[in-house]
Design a protein. Structure first.
Length: 236
């Protein structure tokens, strides 16, 4: 059987979250203007919703720059990382990478997983390829690196979030501490599902997530108690 990483598999029996209602299907409009990003975009949003209003930089956002908000919509332009960014920062061969991220993100949201609401994506030709933008709903909170002093309850929430991804078989190679948002009251939301996909059943993802997050935490200068959150054994 051929494994497709972008087909959302059934939820595991141990899934701790309550699934929500399905989102509206995407409708696409062509040659639209995006606030702060110019024109010529093919915009795919629920029901073909138009993104408008005044665009301002998103305060406190981590990432590679250029993240904007207009009203309660966040617009995150796709930017490459690593050494490749020096040669090709924002051009991709096709729009399929953006569509794939939205599909995985949408599956998580509809399954009740703690993440921000996905609102679609947009793309337009640039050079020999395309550039893209992801749309999500604005959520209040601070990135984990700005609040290392977690309560025991909040630390358990973060471990549970990662364990749930492992049990469902979803690998997100960009998951790091800056992509974990801590709302004002409690809980944790996970952001950024670029290149995420479902792995074959039976794959043990916990060691991979632990190494990924521990590397991120140490790079950010996290205290030992923050590293211990993900260094602990997965919850039963």
């Amino acid at each position: 059987m051929i494994h497709d990483p972008y087909i959302v598999p059934p939820l595991p029996a141990s899934w701790p979250y309550q699934p929500g209602r399905p989102l509206r299907p995407l409708g696409c409009r062509v040659n639209l203007e995006l606030p702060g990003l110019g024109g010529g975009w093919r915009v795919c949003t629920p029901g073909g919703q138009v993104i408008d209003g005044e665009a301002i930089p998103l305060e406190g956002a981590y990432g590679r720059g250029g993240i904007l908000r207009t009203g309660d919509v966040v617009m995150r332009p796709y930017r490459r990382g690593g050494l490749l960014r020096h040669l090709n920062e924002r051009t991709y061969r096709t729009h399929l990478r953006f569509a794939a991220e939205h599909a995985v993100h949408r599956g998580l949201w509809e399954a009740g997983f703690p993440t921000v609401e996905p609102l679609g994506y947009a793309w337009r030709p640039i050079g020999l390829g395309v550039e893209g933008v992801l749309f999500t709903r604005l959520a209040e909170g601070e990135a984990w690196p700005r609040r290392w002093d977690l309560s025991a309850e909040r630390a358990e929430v973060i471990r549970r979030v990662v364990t749930s991804l492992c049990e469902w078989g979803l690998w997100s190679p960009d998951l790091n501490a800056t992509n974990i948002l801590l709302p004002p009251d409690d809980g944790a939301l996970v952001l950024d599902w670029d290149r995420a996909g479902f792995v074959p059943a039976g794959t043990d993802l916990w060691p991979r997530y632990r190494r990924r997050l521990e590397r991120s935490l140490r790079k950010l200068g996290a205290p030992a108690e923050a590293v211990a959150v993900i260094g602990s054994a997965p919850l039963p």
